[in-house]
Design a protein around this ligand. Structure first.
Ligand code: GTP
Ligand code: MG
Length: 204
C-alpha cells in the first residue's frame, strides 16, 4: 500500500473525544520505549509525525493520525514505566483501558514487544487482558536490527512458545525494525487487506 498522506488530527486523554467518524483504526501499544512512535513514523515514511524519545514516557496521550484520508493510526502512551500497582487495571492508565474497551472503530491493536528480551510478565498480562476483553491484536517484535540476524527466529519462537502455554493459537506476528524498515510492507499489506474486508462488509 502506498502512503500518500499522513496527518496528525488530535490528542486527548478521553476516548469519548476521539474522532467521531467510523474510519477503521489501528492502535500501537506496549511498554514505554519499545518503539511505538518510531514504528508509526517508519510505516508512514514521516520522520517526525509521532514524537519519539530515548527516554521512556514520551507519548502521554491518545494520538490520532489519519492516513490516506481514510483510516487511522493511533499512538498510545506506554505501560510499565510510571508506577507498578497491585491491580492489573491500575498498571495501565484508566484512559488507555477505556480506549480499548470503548473504541468501536478499533480494528486491530498492535502489541509491541522488544525482540531482544525474554517474555515479560506485564506484556503477557496485557495480552491476557486483551483476550479476555475480545480485543483483536497482533504482535509486533521491534528493534530486530539490534539482534544478529541468525538469532531473530530463535527469539521469536521462544516468545511464541511461551504464549502457546496459555493460548490455543499464537497471534499473528510481525518482525520489524524502525531503522531498516524491516516489516513495513507486511504490516501495511495486513492493514490494506483488512480495510478492504471491512469496506466489502459495509457495502454488502
Ligand atoms: P513511549 O512513547 O515513551 O511509550 O515510547 P515509544 O514506545 O513510543 O518508543 P519510541 O518510538 O519513542 O522509541 C524509543 C527509543 O527506541 C528511541 O530512542 C528510538 O530511536 C528507539 N527505537 C525505536 N524503534 C527502534 C528500532 O527499530 N531500532 C532501534 N535500533 N531503535 C529503535
Ligand atoms: Mg511514544
Amino acid at each position: 500500500m502506498l502512503i500518500k498522506t499522513a496527518e496528525f488530527i488530535v490528542s486527548n486523554s478521553d476516548v469519548t473525544k476521539c474522532p467521531k467518524d467510523i474510519l477503521p483504526e489501528y492502535a500501537f501499544i506496549g511498554r514505554s520505549n519499545v518503539g511505538k512512535s518510531s514504528l508509526i513514523n517508519m510505516l508512514t515514511n514521516h520522520k517526525n509525525l509521532a514524537k519519539t524519545s530515548g527516554k521512556p514516557g514520551k507519548t502521554q496521550l491518545i494520538n490520532h493520525f489519519i492516513i490516506n484520508k481514510n483510516w487511522y493510526l493511533v499512538d498510545l502512551p506506554g505501560y510499565g514505566y510510571a508506577r507498578v500497582s497491585k491491580s492489573l487495571k491500575n498498571k495501565f492508565q484508566k484512559f488507555i483501558t477505556d480506549y480499548f474497551e470503548k473504541r468501536l472503530q478499533l480494528v486491530n491493536a498492535f502489541v509491541l514487544i522488544d525482540i531482544r528480551h525474554e517474555p515479560q510478565k506485564i506484556d503477557l498480562e496485557f495480552m491476557q487482558w486483551m483476550g479476555e476483553h475480545g480485543i483483536p491484536f497482533s504482535i509486533v517484535f521491534t528493534k530486530a536490527d539490534k539482534l544478529k540476524p541468525n538469532t531473530i527466529e530463535d527469539h521469536v519462537n521462544t516468545y511464541l512458545n511461551e504464549l502457546l502455554t496459555n493460548w490455543e493459537e499464537a497471534p499473528r506476528h510481525f518482525v520489524t525494525s524502525s531503522t531498516s524498515a524491516l516489516g513495513r510492507e507486511d504490516i501495511l499489506q495486513f492493514i490494506d487487506s483488512t480495510n478492504k474486508e471491512i469496506n466489502a462488509l459495509r457495502n454488502s
